[in-house]
Every structure is written in C-alpha cells, then in structure tokens.
Design a protein around this ligand. Structure first.
Ligand SMILES: Nc1nc2c(ncn2[C@@H]2O[C@H](COP(=O)(O)OP(=O)(O)OP(=O)(O)O)[C@@H](O)[C@H]2O)c(=O)[nH]1
Ligand SMILES: [Mg+2]
Length: 280
C-alpha cells in the first residue's frame, strides 16, 4: 500500500478549499483517472464545502488557525491503491512565512516529509508593478519621484522568496536541479484569465517571469508541471445561488487545462495523478 503525502501550498483566497471540495465531489460522483476505494474516515471538511456548492454558493474563508487533514483512500485506473493525506488550512499561515521569516515546527515536518508539493497561484490576484516601472522609465531625469512608494512586495519577488524559504526549511539545496519534491503548479481560478491559446506555463511566464524562471532553473524538467485549474468554472459568492450548480451538481462544474494546453478537461484529479505517478 502506498501512502504518499503531499502538501497543498497556497495563500489566502487562492482556491484551496474549493479545489478540496470539488476534488472530493468528483471522486465521489463523477470520477476520472483517480477513484475512491471507500469512504474517507472524516468527511466534515469536504461536506460543508459541497453543501454550499450544491446551493450554487461559495464556501467560507478558512480561519487562520485551522488545519484539517483527510485521508483519501484512492485507486488509479490500474487498480493501484494509495492512501493520500490531503490537507486544507487557512492561507494566512503560509502568508506569514514571508512577514515573520519563520516556519513553525509542524509546517517544517510536513514540508520535509512530503514527496510532492501542489502549489496554487491565482494569477489574476497577484500584484506586480509593471505600471510603476513604466512610469519611472517615462521620467528618468525628473528630480521629484513620479511614483509613490509601493508598500507591498511584487509577486515575483514574493513567490521566489517564499519558495526559497520553504526549500531551506525542508533542507533542500538547489545546487543541482531538484527531483524532490515533485512540484505541480496549479494556476487557480484560471477562468479569470479569459479565453487563451497560451499554455499554462506561458501564462505564468507572462505574468510572473521571475517565478517561471526560478522554477525552470531549479527543478528537474520532468519533476515540475504547470496546469490551469478552474475548480468552479466561474466566481461564486456566499449567496450567488448559481443555477447550473443546483441543477447539474457541482461535480459537473470546473475544469483543468493540461500543461501542454489544448481543450479543457473536467477531470480535476489529473494534476494529482501526475504528482502521484512520479512519487508513488
Ligand atoms: N472565478 C473563480 N473563483 C473561484 C474559483 N475557485 C474558488 N474561487 C473563489 O475564490 C475565493 C477563494 O476560494 P477559497 O477556496 O476559499 O480559497 P482558500 O485558498 O481556501 O482561501 P483561505 O481559506 O482564505 O486560505 C472564493 O470566493 C471562491 O468563490 C474558480 O475556479 N474560479
Ligand atoms: Mg480555505
């Protein structure tokens, strides 16, 4: 029996909880390449999300201190069994890594143990400063600064710094290209980017070139993949009551764009399957 551990890495509002709920709904009612072998022991984390989605509404933000881990008994299409331990938590925990420059012991243990990292980045919500840079270039000789001071990090610097801290904490050096942890990057809420013929890797490079380059330089090319993920297919709010979720069920909503691009597929378990194939 394989018992792979992965960590799900994503800041607040990056879509962790909705991916978790939608993944479980798919496994249960509309499975693809991965299937459930039986019922998980504790379903509470998943059921509340699914209950909201069945009414066409978004689930709530996960409180800061929350950590809920569910063991998913899975099998793939060849009947290979594995018990995947799947986490969900309040994304503030991960955001703090940058502000405090520290990682608590529980997180450190998880990072060290996990063979695969699933990193959620919501491109539309990432803040970069091309506007500020353009304005600076327009007034190179002006005495007065033309742009007011920006107090937040550019998302490029933020993610590179965060990955460096996480790798350091997991005791992983980057002298040689990394083979572990296997890394799946999910560009979440991919519907927010509109229709595009670009691959997910191209979308990442367009918005966050430094992050794309850091990953390309430091991971072995076969051990990293970049996907587009839209768990819901559209934005929901806490009282949106979107009919297609009520009529057809949340298990028929949402899609994934594969690393090579092309058509959307409904199988939300594909990135997980890729991750598990390489580490199991
Ligand atoms: N457009 C769009 N919005 C989505 C999608 N998935 C989630 N959202 C929205 O994004 C918001 C945040 O999603 P969550 O899953 O709660 O994010 P989280 O990472 O769990 O956030 P925290 O619990 O704060 O850490 C919610 O308002 C969702 O409605 C999607 O596929 N598309
Ligand atoms: Mg959450």
């Amino acid at each position: 029996m394989l018992t792979p551990e992965i960590v799900l890495l994503g800041g607040p509002n990056s879509g962790k909880t909705h991916y978790t709920g939608q993944l479980y709904g798919r496994l249960q009612r509309n499975p693809g390449t991965l299937r459930l072998r039986g019922a998980p022991a504790d379903l509470s984390a998943f059921q509340e999300v699914l209950r909201c989605l069945e009414n066409g509404n978004a689930a709530s933000h996960t409180p800061h201190g929350t950590w809920s881990e569910v063991c998913l008994p899975l099998q793939d299409e060849n009947g290979r069994a594995m018990d995947l331990s799947w986490p969900d938590y309040g994304g503030e925990q991960l955001k703090q890594v940058i502000s405090t420059r520290s990682v608590d012991l529980a997180w450190q243990a998880r990072l060290c143990k996990a063979k695969g990292w699933l990193l959620l980045i919501r491109l539309k919500a990432e803040v970069t400063f091309p506007d500020a840079l353009e304005k600076l270039a327009e007034h190179p000789h002006c005495g007065e600064p033309s742009v007011s001071r920006v107090s937040t990090w550019d998302a490029n610097a933020y993610w590179v710094e965060k990955l460096q801290i996480l790798l350091h904490v997991a005791k992983l050096g980057i002298v040689k290209p990394l083979e572990r942890p296997r890394l799946a990057i999910l560009l979440s809420c991919y519907d927010e980017l509109g229709e595009s013929t670009a691959t997910p890797a191209e979308e990442l490079a367009r918005k966050l070139p430094l992050v794309a380059s850091f990953i390309r330089s430091n991971w072995h090319k076969d051990e990293v993949s970049i996907w587009g993920l839209s768990s819901l297919g559209q934005e929901l709010t806490d009282n949106s009551g979107v009919e297609v979720f009520i009529d057809e069920g949340p298990e028929h909503q949402g899609w994934v764009v594969m690393p090579h691009g092309g058509d959307r597929t409904q199988d939300l378990s594909l990135p997980l399957k890729w991750l598990l194939d390489g580490i199991a």
